[in-house]
Every structure is written in structure tokens, then in C-alpha cells.
Ligand binder design. Structure first.
Ligand code: NAD
Length: 365
């Protein structure tokens, strides 16, 4: 018998959804279309074993429908593992809306989207992601209870970014403890790439601790504002990856850890907020391990945001949010130890613990 090798393009043609490289046994994928408001969206429900699939809605002007589908599949899978490793009773889901949020987002479109979310009867719970604001979630809330990330005035937990930054800070400290023998960051040179909502709050923690912070961003005004506010240094070069540093904190884009950058990196620790930092989870995880760079898995240390919105469902307060977020320190240490003991990557170690939790719950059901 001969085995026919099917190219990924061929696979897309014969199995356009289930054949996607990012398809990973997702439970349900919902395509939403509304001519009147111009809404086109995809809701991806990856796994609901631990609880309802919670994850934000991203509005983006995707170049192709494939890009949108790929994004929602990847992001919803990531949410499953983020919630599982954090010990939350939530599954993984995510939604994408096609279009430029600055020009195409209208109240009618958001309300129609909320109605689609409602039609899933709580299997998927939404929140904000790129292109969404708390006020958009307030609008969705008018037609469905299955939404989080609503404003504090409306009973929500408000902006998750400071909590996300605090979790990243905890994960970074744990990775420093593991690598340098101390979690004090005062003498460490740390590059923060991307000083948006999360990056700024991280810079504040780091400068309070006396670290030597260098910042980089594509927005010059923002750089100057943050430099003046926290007395940190702006990076003026054009390739931060080859700079001398102790810690690299990616807080802007995904996939910055790749074939090109790993060889150049001098950092001993990588710990940041960006999602999907490793261009290839397995390959680049191993390359970091071989080079002796400690990698704090992104989906573990950036979980502060989901902890914050989970509070809206479970009705716990700020104190519990902080306690759960501080626990990222212990979990990071546990995972780095497991990775070493088993000679696997930190990403794999985190993934295995998350998967074991899902499998155990499934057996009970
Ligand atoms: P943000 O949009 O507020 O900030 C991103 C910053 O990165 C901006 O200042 C932007 O100018 C900058 N940037 C973009 N491209 C860049 C580049 N090539 N080089 C340097 N800087 C660049 O976003 P945020 O809410 O701060 O989130 C940062 C990252 O953390 C994102 O990847 C996001 O998905 C992830 N994350 C955020 C949260 C949260 O609670 N906000 C939770 C989990 C994960």
C-alpha cells in the first residue's frame, strides 16, 4: 500500500476547516454572518471539559478568511491551556470579527455579535481582545449575560492589563530565581519590548525594584512618555535581540523567538506578556533549552487577565485576584523544575500539566 502525501494546500481544499494546520480537535466553530450590520465573525470553541469556553473577541482587518480562521483556531486553543494551567474552571474559546475596528465597528454590529454569543447559551463567554474596549463589552451585555470584561461601573472587573503585568512580573521573578539564584531584579538589565497597557505596568514594577530597564516600541511619543514617567532608557538601536541583557520581556508581538533571533539572544531569561512568543512551540522551545535560556511560558505568566475576568463569573474580589496572580510565581518554579527533571522544554512541561488536568476532569465526567 502506498501512502499519498497531501500538501497543506491540497488539504485545505479537501478539508478547509478540519484540515487547517491550526485545527486541534476543536469542539465547535461557529461562522456568524449578518448582512444588515455587516457582521462577519468566527467563534472558535476549542474545549469545554473544565468549563465554558472563555476568551476575548478580536476585531482585525484580516487579509484573508484563512488568516481569520487560523487566528481563531490558534487563539482558542491557547485559552484552553492558559485556563487549565492556572487552575480555573474554564475551557478555551475565542472570537474574531472581520474588519478594521477603527472604521467598521458600530454599536449595531456589537449588539448583533452579542446575539450570536447568546445563541450558544453559555458554552462560549466573550471578553475584550485587540480592537475591543470595555464599552463594547457593555454593549454586548445588553443582549447576553455571557460576557466578561465589562466596566467597573456596570459591575465588571475593569481593565485587566495591570493584573496581567503583575503576573508577568511574578513569572519573571520566578524565572530569575531559577536562573540566577535570587528573584531580586535590582541589578538586572531588562529589555521591555512594547510599552502598551501591559508593558507600562510591567516597567513600573521593574523600576520600583531598581532594575535597569530599557524600553522599545514603534511609537516614539509613547517611548518618551514612559521614559520620563519611570526614568528608564529608550533603546535607540535597530536590533534589540543582539544587545547585552539579562532578561528579555516581549510585550508586543508574537513569534519574536524564532530561527533568526535565538542565535543572537544574550538574555538568560525570557519572560513577557505577548501571546505565542515561540514561532514554533517545539522547535524553538528546544533551541532555547539547548542554549541555556530560561523561558517562562507565555500562556502561564500572562494569565492575570483571565484571572481578572474570571472574578466576574465567580464573584471573588481584588484580594483573591491578587492571590491567584501571585501564585504564578510558584507555578513557574514548579514548571521549570519539571522541565529540567524530565529534560523537556518549559512549554511542554506546562502543557503536560494543563493537559493532565483536562484529562482527569474528563474521566470524572
Ligand atoms: P497594547 O496594544 O496596549 O500594547 C502593545 C504595544 O506594542 C504598543 O505600544 C505598540 O506600539 C507596541 N508595538 C507594536 N509592534 C511593535 C514592535 N514591532 N516593536 C515594539 N513595540 C511594538 O497591548 P497590551 O494590552 O499591552 O498587550 C501586549 C501583549 O500582551 C499582546 O501581545 C497581548 O496579546 C498580550 N496580552 C495582553 C493581556 C492584557 O491583559 N492586556 C493579557 C494577556 C496577553
Amino acid at each position: 500500500m502506498t501512502t499519498e502525501i497531501v500538501s497543506s494546500n491540497e488539504l485545505k481544499k479537501i478539508a478547509p476547516v478540519f484540515g487547517q494546520l491550526s485545527f486541534n480537535d476543536h469542539e465547535q466553530i461557529v461562522f456568524c454572518n449578518d448582512k444588515d450590520t455587516g457582521l462577519r465573525a468566527i467563534i472558535g470553541i476549542h474545549n469545554t471539559v473544565l468549563g465554558p469556553a472563555l476568551g476575548g473577541t478580536r476585531m482585525w482587518d484580516y487579509a484573508t478568511e484563512w488568516d481569520a480562521l487560523n487566528d481563531v483556531l490558534r487563539l482558542s486553543r491557547g485559552m484552553t491551556y492558559k485556563s487549565a494551567i492556572t487552575g480555573l474552571n474554564l475551557g478555551g474559546g475565542k472570537a474574531v470579527i472581520f474588519g478594521d475596528a477603527k472604521t467598521k465597528k458600530t454599536p449595531e454590529l456589537m449588539i448583533r455579535f452579542g446575539q450570536f454569543v447568546h445563541s450558544l447559551a453559555g458554552k462560549y463567554i466573550t471578553a475584550e481582545d485587540v480592537g475591543m474596549a470595555t464599552s463594547d463589552m457593555d454593549l454586548v451585555r445588553t443582549v447576553t449575560p455571557y460576557v466578561t470584561g465589562i466596566s467597573e461601573e456596570k459591575g465588571g472587573a475593569g481593565n485587566p492589563s495591570p493584573i496581567t503585568a503583575y503576573g508577568v512580573f511574578m513569572g519573571m521573578k520566578a524565572a530569575a530565581k531559577y536562573t540566577f539564584g535570587s528573584d531580586m531584579l535590582e541589578d538586572k538589565k531588562i529589555y521591555v519590548q512594547g510599552i502598551g497597557n501591559v508593558g507600562e505596568a510591567l516597567v513600573e514594577h521593574l523600576s520600583n525594584e531598581g532594575a535597569e530597564v530599557v524600553i522599545t516600541d514603534i511609537n516614539r511619543d509613547r517611548l518618551e512618555e514612559i521614559r520620563d514617567k519611570y526614568n528608564v532608557t529608550i533603546y535607540e538601536g535597530n536590533n534589540i535581540y543582539s544587545e547585552q541583557m539579562d532578561i528579555y520581556a516581549p510585550c508586543a508581538l508574537g513569534a519574536t523567538i524564532n530561527d533568526d533571533t535565538i542565535g543572537q539572544l544574550t538574555a538568560k531569561v525570557i519572560a513577557g506578556a505577548a501571546n505565542n512568543q515561540l514561532a514554533d512551540e517545539n522547535k524553538h522551545g528546544f533551541m532555547l533549552r539547548e542554549k541555556g535560556i530560561t523561558y517562562a511560558p507565555d500562556f502561564l505568566i500572562n494569565a492575570g487577565g483571565i484571572i481578572n475576568v474570571y472574578a466576574e463569573l465567580e464573584n471573588y474580589g481584588k484580594q483573591e485576584i491578587i492571590r491567584k496572580t501571585e501564585n504564578i510565581y510558584n507555578t513557574t518554579l514548579e514548571i521549570l523544575g519539571k522541565a529540567d527533571a524530565q529534560n523537556i522544554t518549559a512549554h511542554q512541561a506546562a502543557f503536560e500539566i494543563a493537559q493532565a488536568r483536562i484529562d482527569a476532569r474528563k474521566k470524572e465526567q
